[in-house]
Design a protein around this ligand. Sequence first.
Ligand code: NI
Length: 286
Amino acid sequence: MLATGVPAGFVQDRQVLSLADLFSALWADYAALTPQAHQIHALLEARGETVWNDHIALRTFDLTPVGMGALAAPFVAGGYAVAGHYRFAGKKLDAVHLEHPDRRWPKVFISALRVAELPVAIQDQLRALVAQVPVTTVAGWGFPVSGRPWQVSFATYEQLRAVSEYAAWVAAFGFRANHFTVDVGRLHTFDGLLQLDRFLLDQGFRLNDRGGLIKGSPALYLEQSSTLADLVPVEFSDRVAQIRSCYYEFARRYRMPSGELFQGFIADSADKIFESTDLRAGTAIG
Ligand code: NI
């Protein structure tokens, strides 16, 4: 439970109970697909750390009925509200982040691919996937952790990946946490993000170095790093293939002149972090 940023005993009413259940389900699903997250979490706890989650991230297409609003709905029902809007022109993505008034709950970052901006043949493939989604899946409380609700071939995955790595990831994995994020500001055995990164490299983990190991800066009030996504076997309709699943992220937030910790996201940093699921990412570093 601590891995989700939800303190033990923080289950006081039905609304909170359902949020706790949702985050528990998201973590269990994510950890099963992301062995390194489990390993890193255990390494940090072995140092005496309590791991708090800064945010989770979810991905989708801007197609009815699976758009950002559908993924946000269970969180909004639990008290979350949209607190920031982002646009990634190169990757053809829109995104929002949601916050809960009780800061013990992690932020939720939801992005969606602007399908109409892709080649028509790719649009048709994505619409054919979404046409397979049962309405009851989308309307349910567990939609953000429902997994892949369609059949897709490895050939289609490869065609999508040639145009949009993001589209291919959603096609292969569906609706689930793309990453969880350690709140580095709450760790007490590391001086900062660079020291944590060095620790992880020393332990043999591979980090995303697109745009540098650390994205952002104290001047932007946010620094972020991430592992490279794990390689896992995924069952497609025609074969099983090893592809990159999910990654673990690390975020250190800084105080703004107002004294408040910055709670938003930096579009340029997030743009590079998205590439942590890209098979081509990840030259040797450290
Ligand atoms: Ni993130």
